[in-house]
Structure formats: C-alpha cells, structure tokens
Design a protein around this ligand. Sequence first.
Ligand code: URA
Length: 434
Amino acid sequence: MRFVDVIARKRDGHPLSREDITQFVTGVTMASVPDYQASALLMAIVLQGMSHQETAWLTQAMVDSGARVDLSDIPGVKVGKHSTGGVGDKVSVVLAPVAAAAGVVVPKMSGRGLGHTGGTLDKLESIPGYRIDLSIDEFKHVLRTVGASIIGQTATLAPADKQLYSLRDVTATIESVPLVASSIMSKKLAEGSSALVLDVKCGDGAFMKHVRGARELAETMVAIAGHSGVRAEAVITDMEAPLGRSIGNALEIVECLETLKGAGPADLTGIVKHLAARMVVVGGLETDQNAARRRVDDALSSGRALQTFQRMVEAHGGDPRIVDDYSRLASAPGHERLRAPRSGFVTALGAEAIGRASNALGAGRNRLEDPVDHAVGILLRASVGDSVKEGDAVMELHHRDGRGLDGALALCRQAVTIGDAPPPRRAKVLGEVR
Ligand code: URA
C-alpha cells in the first residue's frame, strides 16, 4: 500500500483500516514514512477526525511501539490517574498517597509543565533529593512497600508518541481530540495499570476551554481504555481559576502538605476526595461511592495519607523532614503584592494569565532545556467570590531579584476582575464519563 493513498483516504473523509494505522505508526518509528507524509496525515486527521475505533487502533499501535510495564507481580489493584493539566493543579501529589492509604496501589508516571500549565515532576523535584528517574525495578519496589510512586515517563514507553508529538508541535496539529486522546492514552496504557481515573480539566486555564470539548475528550479516552480492556472513567473538573491558592513548585508542595494534614483549600480537598473515591470504586474495592468516600475520609483524618506521602518521599531519596519543616523547601527572597484597584467582589481570576505569570517569574520553562526555579510563584490572597476593599492584597508574587516581575504583574492585573456582585457559584465537578 502506497502511504500517499492512506493520506488521500483520510483527506477525503474515509475511515482508515487497522493496517493503514499500523503502517503509519511503524513507518514513523522506523523512519520509513518521512516527516512530510506523516505531517500530511496528521493534518488530515485534524481536519477529518477519527472514529473511536480508529483512535483505539492508533493508541494501540503507539503502545506497541515500545515497552509495557508489567505490574502483575505487585499485589493489589493498580489504579492509574491522569490529568490533562491546569494551573495550580497539584492533585496528583495529594491524590496518590490518599488513594494508596485508602487501599489501591497507585503507579503514576507524570510529565513536566506544558505551556502555561505546571507539571507534577517539577513540583516533586522541589523536594530536596526527590528522584523522579527511578528504574522500573525501583518503581515497583516503592509500589510494593509504600503503595504509591510518582516517577517521570521512561523513554521506552510509547516512543512513537514522542516522535509524533514533536511533529505535531511544529505543524499546528496538537489541537485534535483523537490525537490528544491517543497521545495521552498510549502512555497511560503502557504504564500497566488495570484501571484508570482521568481528570479532564476544563476552563480558562485548561487546554479544553469548554465543557463540550472536554466531554468529547473524556468520552474518547474512556472508549480507548475500553477497547484495551482497562476499566476507566473520567471526571471533568473546573479550571477557570487556579486550583487552590498556590501556583509554583515549592509553594504548591506546602499546599499539598496542608491538604494532607486536613487544612488545605476546599476546592483542592474536594477534588482529591472525589477522585480518590472514584479510584477506590474503579479499582473494585467498593461498589458504592459513599462507602468509598468513607474510606478516603478515614485515610486522610487518620493521618495515614500524610504518612504514605512521607514514606513515598523517603523511598524516592527525598527529605522526609519537609513534612514538618517547610523551611527545608526553597523559598524566594522577594515578595510583591498585587492590590485590588477598587472595592467589590472578585468575579474572575483568569487561570491562564496567572499560569503565564508564574512561568514569567521562572516557575516554568520557555524552552525544554530551561531550568526551573522551584522557589518562585504566586499565592492567591483572595479567591473568586471573596469581597475585597480597594488596596487589599489579591495576590502575592514570590520572585527572585525581580526576575520577570514586571511581566508577571501585568499578567496578574489582567487576570483579576472585580465586580459589584459576587459571581454565580461554579461547580467544581462539571461532569463524569463512566
Ligand atoms: N498531553 C499529551 O500527552 N499529549 C497531547 O497530545 C496533549 C497533551
């Protein structure tokens, strides 16, 4: 089959066969399909879409391009979790130990910050000594002894996705539900979990700005998992404003610890408890959401979740004393307050602009090789719905010697809207796909 015919078929809106898709993925991995043909097919997929069946075949071909982690010798039910990314999205750091303390084993491979969104690996690396590059044997040892481990994606999992992702990045072909869903799911399926809970973020700070697109992505990912025999469900959660009150790596680790101690912000605590309960149900430990929720509440209130986090940090070579002594985490020397320009109610805190501001301070990267400053970031001193007086602090920017401060302040000013009346309450969970 000439590859040009495969491109033409998709261009004309016809479905691709499993053989077409396998030829594409193998061709990209073995370099027998040149980048210009691969890019042409990617653009045809963006414009014409793919059925769930085609997307499942694409995902499977990407999984088959590399190794698959075998967790079958680890006792217990292994439930993975993935977030599509947001601002202040520290859920994985809290959720992994909470779900483990509630009875499931949580093998988690995470990524770094992408665009204006933060990355779990960068947050964890702000813990002195924490290694994200464990070998698969070390990863499995931590899972066996602690019940939760968060590491970086290994290069051997779904290598075809890595190649396709870099092509998509430079050919304007990132924004496509089948391509995003297959990219994410190829890595998740290769991780070896038997069940999966997906947190699909939706709103200003997410890649999916509207519920319709978020639901389509959620349905596609759940369908792909079903085709591969993995139980999965997705929760669509709000990302209009940053999650919690801290944005930036070490600042977010402090908020995670506060949440594990029962003193975290309500939005973060609520989402963690909801997702952890779903992990307990999807993992088959409970059939009923209320029973699952009781397990999760107990894991947190008994202190077991906090202990699990501390043991996970120690098993990864990190300093376990950070749990009781936040001064062991990096902190930035400069603090600058952004004050309310008028009295009223905070009606919006645009997550994307705040994520960009945090990156401008040095908490994220512009290029892959840029170093991250773990200390800098932003603390929200007011939340959406709060009443403020003119001159009250709305945000506190933690900076190093003024680096990026002017740009960050401009972005933060643009992010805050103050109105005369409180905004309507927005639900934190916007939908579910089971
Ligand atoms: N994250 C991924 O892993 N892949 C995409 O295509 C988009 C976000």
